[in-house]
Design a protein around this ligand. Structure first.
Ligand code: GLN
Length: 285
């Protein structure tokens, strides 16, 4: 084989991923090549003319093949940045999305304004991106977390060591069933996709765990249950903060209002879609 340099490898990798239908082929190629070489993506651009060894080329090609087959880049690199922190991820958990950073921002705003609101629970925590980011950025609040998936909590444990070097209280629990105590703030990025959407994604080979995605026929099964459970698990005027999809927002605010939540606020993600719903327990007038 002729010797390949980094520039050529990126061009070839990007063209290959583009043919496979990847949405961000050049970025993906950069991330996978930097992973192969053990350097940061930015360093690639200073080394575009450097040759690639055969071993590196083969490793890079193997990652490209898996990416083309639909494996997310984050699973291949076993990491995903969230709120500037470096989380470990694998196929036991949903890959953290930037949209979910809205929940962290909302909690930090509330606890800044109301420092006495210092007990926070993250339900359906998965990798722990919300809970561990909050505990890291705001050591003054007491954060606990739960998930129905023991496998997800194994990943949470890896991230506790990596992000915090201490552990938080965690519970294996179907929503709040096995979670003790009452809270000032309950947050969740629950599974909220429609079962039919998840069927189609999994038929196409999507590897994220179904339990992290499937919210039932209208996607709101877990939102309904969690909002109802939280009324007795939140302090009076405590906050419930939920991530859902834009088309579900009217139904979500209606669910919260019917349960007596008030001061409902909806926040938008970077793409301008309604994404996060905030309500206060017992505040509906
Ligand atoms: N945000 C994810 C997606 O759009 C869904 C995550 C979830 O169900 N909580 O694929």
């Amino acid at each position: 084989m002729n010797e390949t340099d980094i520039r050529t490898a990126l061009q070839h990798g990007s063209a290959y991923l583009s043919r496979s239908g990847a949405e961000t082929p050049y970025l993906d190629a950069c991330l996978l090549l930097s992973e192969t070489l053990g350097i940061e993506k930015e360093q690639l651009f200073a080394r575009l003319s450097d040759p690639l060894t055969c071993t590196s080329h083969d490793q890079y090609q193997a990652l490209l093949t898996q990416r083309a087959a639909g494996v997310p880049v984050s699973y291949l690199r076993k990491r995903k940045e969230f709120f500037g922190l470096d989380f470990y991820v694998d196929s036991r958990v949903l890959v953290p999305r930037p949209d979910t950073e809205l929940i962290v921002e909302a909690v930090l705003e509330i606890t800044d304004e109301l420092p006495q609101f210092d007990q926070v629970h993250d339900c359906c925590t998965g990798s722990g991106c919300i809970a561990l980011t909050l505990a890291k950025l705001h050591p003054g609040i007491e954060v606990s977390a739960s998930d129905i998936s023991e496998r997800a909590l194994e990943v949470f444990g890896i991230n506790s060591g990596r992000i915090l070097s201490r552990s938080l209280d965690t519970y294996v629990s179907n929503l709040l069933e096995n979670v003790p105590g009452t809270y000032h703030i309950i947050v969740s990025n629950p599974p909220y996709l429609l079962s039919s959407e998840v069927d189609a994604m999994q038929a196409a080979g999507w590897p994220e765990p179904r339990v992290a995605l499937d919210g039932g026929d209208d996607g709101l099964d877990l939102v309904r249950k969690l909002a109802a459970q939280s009324t007795s698990r939140l302090h009076p005027r405590g906050y419930l903060i939920l991530e859902v999809a834009d088309p579900q927002m009217e139904a979500t605010t209606a669910i919260l209002e019917a349960l007596g939540y008030g001061d409902i606020e909806v926040r938008h993600d970077l793409a301008g879609r309604r994404r996060v719903c905030i309500g206060r327990n017992g505040a509906h007038t």
